[in-house]
Design a protein around this ligand. Sequence first.
Ligand code: DGJ
Length: 731
Amino acid sequence: MIFVNEESREFHLQNSNSSYIFNVLKNGSLGHLYYGKKIKHRDSFSHFFKAPKEGVGIIAHIKEDSAFSLEYYKQEYPSYGSTDFRKPAIKILQENGSRITGFQYDSYKILKGKPLLKGLPSSYVENEDEASTLEIKLVDEVISCNLYLTYTVYEGRSVITRNARVENFGSEKLVIENLMSMSIDFPDYDFDMLHLSGAWGRERAVKERSLEKGCQYIDSTRGASSAHQNPFVALKRKDTTEHSGEIYGFSLVYSGNFLAHIEVDHFDATRLTMGINPFDFSWELDGGQEFQTPEVIMVYSNNGINEMSGTFHKLLKERVARGSWRDKERPVLINNWEATYFYFNEEKLVEIAKAAAPLGFELFVLDDGWFGNRNKDNSSLGDWFVDKNKLPNGLKSLSDKIKQEGMKLGLWFEPEMISEDSELFRAHPNWVLGVENRNLSLGRNQYILDLSRKEVRDYIIEIVSERLTEGNISYVKWDMNRNMTEIPKKDTAHKYILGLYEILEEITKRFPHVLFESCASGGGRFDTGMLYYMPQTWASDNTDACERLKIQYGTSIVYPISSIGAHVSDVPNHQTARITSLDMRNKVAFFGSFGYELDITKFSEEMKVEVKKNIEFYKENRKLLQFGDFIRLHSPFEENRVSWMSVASDKSEAIIGYYEILSETNPSYNKKIILKGLDEDILYSVNGEYEAYGDELMNVGIVFEQPDRYFSYESATRDFRGEIIRLTRVK
Ligand code: DGJ
């Protein structure tokens, strides 16, 4: 719902749980009044802010009023210059060298539904009643430039989205040096900043820190959203827990360089801005041109981190992910990467497929190494032609053989990259992204293709399409294994991402039945932007069950379980050398889009029986595991145990995963988990062993018995234990 107080020039965006209010200040710029728990609409909110009578100390003010200084005001989209000294949301360089802008409120427009962003991914609606959109127009007459701030309020979700767009309607060349997607000023700084940080192999660890006076930020300058900082940040109250208290979450729908910047000023106000990273960025805007920022999805909750995550999950599952696979149960796959790496031939692949099919696998994924002359990671990227030494009969024959076993074929690509040792590089050395008079750094022995060039985009679209058609491919793993180094120009990194989005838009349109999984050396580009094109992402190359608890837990802060690629791999684990039981590996991977990546032909009959049983269990519960409401209970970042659960939307059933990382000597005898999200009055069967009402399970909890192997000496096998508990409705 959008209310406009015409007289006091106030805008009130209100949804199921939150209110967002801003106004026009007397200098014509926008002020921010409130964001938080839903409040009633009033004809005026002017009592929300009392300006000081006049400035004290060294305060800059406008000529006409010594008490009017933007320093005092909470602002909605601050610009550079004038009387605010905090970090701006917009900075535009003009031909005379000035960076001062003065955007004045002009008008507003309310639209039903939600328009899509040109060339960029965003959340969307399926019918106009799902949301309404407010577009505010501001004008800077001096530079003939319009600024549009767009807000969409989703009905029935605690979600508001924002983006900004500038339009040069003059003849002067303008250079955008900074144009953030959003900015908001909170009146205090009683917050912790929550974000997801990491690196390759340990992506999206949950980090919290108290806000301090001055600036704090997370960002990426790598040309990808990165494994190092995820384009997400939340501000939570100090006493907010998983299940209580206020939290504001902000997710940028973008896959490139980003910045989430938080500044606490001298009046204790907190300014959060988020958008494309202004570091090493600028964009020339000729007369008649416009620039669109990516979208930020804002979620408010006053019931803790879990509720915020749940709101993100639902929106990302239902109104960011697209295509025929959006709501469909994802297939159980077997991937050959950790089974064979580059060393396979058709015979070996078919052998794996023959062993896998009877166990219930539905999709066989052929990973890296099927093309060009790729026997190591130092060649052939770009040469997307089947290596006849490995697959003499081509993709079609392999696909047919896999089909005969009752499975579909999936294929790995890394289309954005090029190896120096490749036919493509020999033919088009100038397609590489780099700076002419500088040496080019390598990353995994490869260079990056310049996706801002149309001929490069066309090549990728055509060559990938040919292979997908030829091989009757049902699934694509779209990998990207290096970050940008020698970036030629300040607009390159953004142009690259726009080029990537254009390619993905076209390919996903051409192959609507194909399930796409995004990947970047594991989870190096796990973001809402990629999710728009590909409903799932390979979470991490680290498949160790124990480490995966943290990775999947952290990922779930924003991203739905259906989007998290999770596989059972071999032991000792290829990354950590840790040995965990097959049982534990399955129970962790269940909470994701499930698969295996190991050489199943090496399994004993006994192990195959176990695999089959696990796949059967997963398939029976797949809808609940992939699409249920996911709730975190115990955090691996805080305890030696982890638990989480998935509840059906009608609360009639649930699955709980409970894991103990290291075994404990003489553990407390009354270990329990208090469940959440059930119906108090439903009587549930607990694993078919006993019955309990929802209120018991959510107050008394589930109590675990002490392991009876307590005095045995097989301690190694007692580390890394997992239990799955199934709740089904009795009445
Ligand atoms: C990185 C991915 O994360 C792996 O799963 C695998 O596909 C390799 N690339 C292949 O080169």
